[in-house]
Design a binder for this molecule. Structure first.
Ligand code: SUD
Ligand code: ADP
Length: 311
């Protein structure tokens, strides 16, 4: 048995953002969700979530866009912690301190990332002993992107995106992200616009493309660039024409590719190398088309515990 002296009082988890290298949208199911075939990649922009014992449940948020993140029961990290506590027969309350770097409502799954981090942190703090599969099941209940953020790397997401299969991917990809301004884009609004655009057309069940898989196996950004694809991109651009301008500018400055991440509005720009990514970031900033730019490589590891205080 673990002595109380060895039990952690707080656990901190670092968790990456995701982009969708491919996002194929199928028909809308009876639950209101569309089936997806997506290829996720975890990229090196990270949030940190610390779970610490406290006399009541709660959370606080600091860092980038913190004022746009709720701290009530609708916070996805808090929701995840409370769901895990329920599933494991009740646990002592925790306070979650969330430090954000992932743009909020940007299509990079920051809320889902915090939920994945909270699950891992609370699982370790409470020593629930849940299996990986059990944790995945709780993750899927919180949101479609949450299981991937536990796994990281590059992976196919099927179902609603919550059924994860690892992909054989070589190499490191150099990305520039344009999170796009001060307002996000609502995921339901983008899916609604997709439905309106596709009304009356037959939508097939989606499958990942073989060409994308072979580009990833080769680890070749030049081969990956032309096959990046997102069925929601036209709808995100229709709702936010400035996204189209960012894509056009990035291509004009020599990007290998530029694509909307998930439901947007963040644009993910693929560069050939670190130097290429720096040049693109400088050109995009100087042109005035993008005020705020992030740079990262992918793939990176999923949610993981980082050393923290033990008593
Ligand atoms: C688009 C994606 C791509 O990875 O990521 P983000 O851009 O949000 O990061 C995901 O599909 C985000 O999935 P998820 O996290 O489940 O979306 P939610 O916010 O729960 O969905 C809000 C609403 O969007 C619509 N929705 C969502 C997912 C889906 N597969 N089909 C849908 O039609 C539904 O109307 C749903 O009620
Ligand atoms: N911990 C959290 N971090 C960020 N957003 C959160 C969090 N919890 C709830 N939200 C809400 O979820 C919404 C979607 O945010 P986010 O997950 O960052 O974007 P997206 O779904 O576009 O990837 C935001 O409007 C925000 O209010």
């Amino acid at each position: 048995m673990t002595s109380p002296l060895e039990s952690p009082m707080a656990v901190t988890v670092r968790v990456p953002a995701k982009i969708n290298l491919e996002l194929f949208v199928g028909p809308r199911g009876e639950d209101g969700y569309h089936s997806l075939a997506t290829v996720y990649q975890a990229v090196g922009i990270h949030d940190e979530v610390t779970a610490a014992y406290h006399n009541e449940w709660g959370c606080s948020v600091s860092g980038r866009d913190a004022d746009r993140v709720p701290t009530d029961e609708s916070n996805l990290a808090l929701k995840a912690a409370r769901t895990l506590a329920e599933r494991t027969g009740g646990q002592d309350p925790v306070h979650l301190s969330i430090r954000k770097e992932i743009p909020v409502a940007g299509g990079m799954a920051g809320g889902s990332a915090d939920a994945a981090a909270a699950l891992l942190a609370c699982d370790a703090l409470w020593e629930t002993g849940l299996s990986k599969d059990d944790l995945d099941e709780v993750a899927a209940e919180i949101g479609s992107d949450v299981p991937f953020l536990l796994h990281g790397g590059t992976a196919v997401g099927s179902g609603r995106g919550e059924v994860i299969t690892a992909v054989l991917a070589k190499g490191t990809y150099h990305w520039v992200f344009v999170p796009s301004l001060d307002t996000g884009l609502s995921t339901p609004a983008v899916y609604r616009a997709f439905d309106e655009r596709m009304a009356g057309m037959a939508i097939e069940d989606p499958t990942p493309s073989a060409t994308l898989m072979s580009a990833l196996r080769a680890g070749d950004p030049m081969a990956l660039a032309p096959v990046l694809d997102n069925d929601l991109q036209p709808d995100a651009i229709a709702l936010r024409p400035d996204i189209g301008e960012v894509i056009e500018a990035a291509m004009g400055f020599g990007a290998l590719a530029a694509i909307v991440s998930g439901s947007g509005p963040t644009v993910a720009v693929l560069a050939e190398s670190t130097e290429g990514a720096i040049d693109l970031a400088v050109s995009l900033t100087a042109s005035g088309v993008a005020g705020d730019i992030l740079r990262a490589t992918g793939p990176v590891a999923g949610a993981h515990i980082i050393p923290t205080t033990r008593v």
